[in-house]
Structures are given as C-alpha cells and as structure tokens.
Design a protein around this ligand. Structure first.
Ligand code: NAD
Length: 265
C-alpha cells in the first residue's frame, strides 16, 4: 500500500524473481523491486544472497533467498515453481546472474572457459525465459528483463566470450519477444556500461591504487561510471507497466558510452 498522497507502488503484491541477487546490480534491483511493493525471490549461487532477502524483510518487505545455479535447468525450473507457489504468480523475472570470464584474447581462450561464460551469461537467461515465459503467457501478463552489456553491442568492452554471450542475450530477447508476441508478455535487455560491483571491483581497486580513478568511465558522455541503482532503475522501468509498449529491446544504460564515435571522445 502506498503512503497517503504518494504514487501507487509499481509492483505492489507482484511476484518477482531476481537472479544474481547477492551482489551488485541484482542486489540493487531486488531492493528496489521490494521498495516498489514486489514480493521477491532472490536467487544466487552465493549464500550471501540471504543478506539481500534479510535486508528486504528488515524494511518490512517480502522476500525469500534461494541458493541455486542460474544456469542449471532443474534449479531454474525449481525457482520459478517455488516463486509461483509462494507468490501465487510470477509477474517479472530479472535474469541477471553473470560472470566476466577474464580478458584473455580470442585465440588464447580455452574452449572450456568460453563455454563456461556462455553457460552462465546466455544459457541462464534462456532457462529463465523457457520456464517463466510460457507460464506468464498462460496468464496473459508478465515481463522478463535480461542483463546484457555494452560489451554485447560493441567489441572491446569485455573479453571475447563475455562479449559474445552478451550479444547473444540481445538476440535472445528479440527472439523471445517475437515468440511471446500477443501473449501479454514482454522481454527486454538492459545493457549496463561500467558499474562498480563484485565483477568489476578489481578494475576500480587497480585504478585507485594507480591514482587513476578519475579515468574510470571517462569514455562515456557523462564522464563517470554508473551506480548499481542507476541500472536497477532502468530494469524496474522495463519490468513495469510503464514500459507496456516496449519489447524486444536492448536499453543501454551506460552514460552515453555506446552512443559516441571514438573520434568524438
Ligand atoms: P556481481 O559480481 O556483483 O554480481 C553478479 C552475481 O551473479 C553474483 O552475486 C554472483 O554470485 C552471481 N552469479 C554468478 N554466476 C551465477 C550462477 N551460475 N548462478 C547464480 N548466481 C550466479 O556483478 P554485477 O556487475 O552486478 O553483474 C550483474 C550483471 O551485470 C551480470 O550479468 C554482468 O555481466 C552485467 N554487467 C555488469 C557490468 C559492470 O560494469 N558491473 C557491466 C555490464 C554488464
């Protein structure tokens, strides 16, 4: 229930599953969804995800933590079923869990390392769509947001497997949006630029040690890195009814990084 006179909360009573919710962008999104009234199932392979659920509960929200692998089909199917059983329905999924896989060059990367990155970053969102999409379609409503990256839009912002996996996510949401056309279910991707999280902490720590922190994010039009909350707010928009005419899109939330030609920087 919204406070008297304030805007109604956008996810009041709605069931939301967030993967990669122990840290960074996923944790920020889980907290924001809950602040907007959502009942949150927070999934992560890291047991620290319990702290995300505890933070939501401490603020009077409704949340459950699940320690599971976002790239395991039984785990994802189980989380979708558990969310539906607990919340009555699953209204939104934020398929966000991801790994970087390092910056080894294309021809130095082992097949195993390449496959491991695709497994989490691309198979994971596919499994979320596969198990949540048809259930949402059967109820005639729902939204899925997957985390891609600016690395999926342009080469050079991540390692080879990472970039290919994120480009795959951009394509996956287009395909899924088409498959779910007319069902009331929308599917979109968010493409963050550089954000300080667990994944990128070594970049920020290294720059601080070298006194080069001011250089971080300097290639973006806004000349700074993003904050997890700034990505999460875009995710909430895409998952909300405010985005009722948005599907199959990849929204760059990158301070203008991907909009600039290198000559203009
Ligand atoms: P993060 O490391 O802080 O969070 C990622 C979370 O995903 C971690 O809690 C991790 O335990 C979890 N995770 C990884 N593999 C998992 C698996 N198989 N099953 C369940 N949980 C798993 O990093 P982040 O930056 O918040 O990453 C979130 C998403 O944002 C990722 O998809 C990442 O690729 C993407 N992204 C991040 C940036 C950035 O600059 N930080 C930029 C573009 C895209």
């Amino acid at each position: 229930m919204s406070a008297a006179g304030s805007a109604p909360r956008r996810f009041e009573g709605r069931g939301v599953l967030v993967t990669g919710a122990a840290s960074g962008i996923g944790r920020a999104a889980a907290l924001l969804f809950a602040a907007e009234g959502a009942r949150v199932m927070a999934l992560d392979r890291d047991a620290g995800v319990a702290a995300t659920a505890d933070a939501i509960l401490a603020r009077g929200g409704d949340a459950e933590a699940v320690v599971a692998d976002a790239a395991s089909e039984p785990d994802v199917r189980g989380a979708v079923e558990a969310a539906e059983a607990k919340f009555g329905a699953l209204d939104a999924v934020f398929a966000n869990a991801g790994i970087s896989g390092g910056m080894a060059g294309l021809f130095d990367q082992t097949a195993e390392d390449f496959a491991a990155v695709l497994r989490v970053n691309l198979l994971g969102p596919f499994l979320a769509l596969k198990h949540a999409g048809p259930r949402m379609a059967a109820r005639g409503r729902g939204a899925v947001v997957c985390t891609a990256s600016v690395a999926g839009l342009r080469a050079g912002a991540g390692g080879p497997a990472y970039s290919a996996s994120k480009a795959g996510v951009v394509s996956l949401v287009q395909v899924a949006a088409q498959q779910l056309a007319g069902t009331g279910v929308r599917v979109n991707a968010v493409c963050p630029g550089l954000v300080e999280t667990g994944m990128t902490r070594f970049v920020f720590d290294g720059a601080r040690e070298r006194g080069k922190e001011h250089k971080l994010g300097s290639l973006s039009a806004l000349r700074r890195p993003g904050l997890p909350d700034e990505i999460a707010r875009a995710v909430l928009f895409l998952a909300s009814d405010e985005a009722s005419y948005v599907t199959g899109q990849a929204l760059a939330v990158d301070g203008g990084l991907s909009a600039q030609h290198p000559f203009g920087r």
